[in-house]
Design a protein around this ligand. Sequence first.
Ligand SMILES: [Zn+2]
Ligand SMILES: [Zn+2]
Ligand SMILES: [Zn+2]
Length: 273
Amino acid sequence: MRVMILGSAAAEGWPALFCECEVCAEARRRGGPNQRRRTAYWINRDTLVDFGPDIHWQTAQFGIDLAAVGHIFLTHSHTDHFSPVELRWRARGFSAVTRSLTLYANARALDRLRDERARFGGDMSLTEELMTPGRCVTAGRLRVTALLADHADPGEQPLNYVIEEDGRSLLIANDTGWWPDESWAAIRAFRLDAAILECTYLHSQPEARSKHLGFAATVAMRDRLSEIGVLRPGAAVVANHFSHNGRTLHEELCDAFRPHGIAVGHDGMVFEL
Ligand SMILES: [Zn+2]
Ligand SMILES: [Zn+2]
Ligand SMILES: [Zn+2]
């Protein structure tokens, strides 16, 4: 399985749009990995996880042939993870796409899609699949299982995903706080070769565990996954989904995570498992 991080920022991007704060100014000055698009992932050639407002920039920058993407999994309905307006451009007249697309998402995200379809009126030419916690689907060569995350409004079931191919397993855990018990129970069925864990709050609220994680909570989540035997020895662990409010730039973040054996996500980062 080949995985590329297409974006590593929280909702407002980093540098955050409109922001005059010091860490955004410094991110603009340093550039490189400090330039963070909204979070999304590209798995092999044909699968995306999340589809946010930077998708056009991501496809251009990283050479993604969107027509070849047949499966998009959404973690939740928030605008940084799902930009349904960009699905309009599958319609006849805007594109000549012939290949199929299935969008896997929770009920709230599918509501947003329905609203967008009603406003648009055109045929986005895609299939919807409702994902709920515990549901497992086959998408091309991948087997994808949804877990309940701790995030969003009480009315929404935010999802994290375990993605498997040829006996190799990847966890994508954003956006989420500390998991509910049912997800800690469900994850015991897996042995992970890699895990991407969110770390939205970084050092601004290191212990935070509600709706998002801070730096210490991300390390604690990795430790817990190890303790219960879910992380295989030597499994790659990558932190991702960072807010400028966390105030730690990429280079300093690498220094902070290095002693814990956790890599720091950046746009364009690729790993194979
Ligand atoms: Zn987010
Ligand atoms: Zn800022
Ligand atoms: Zn969110």
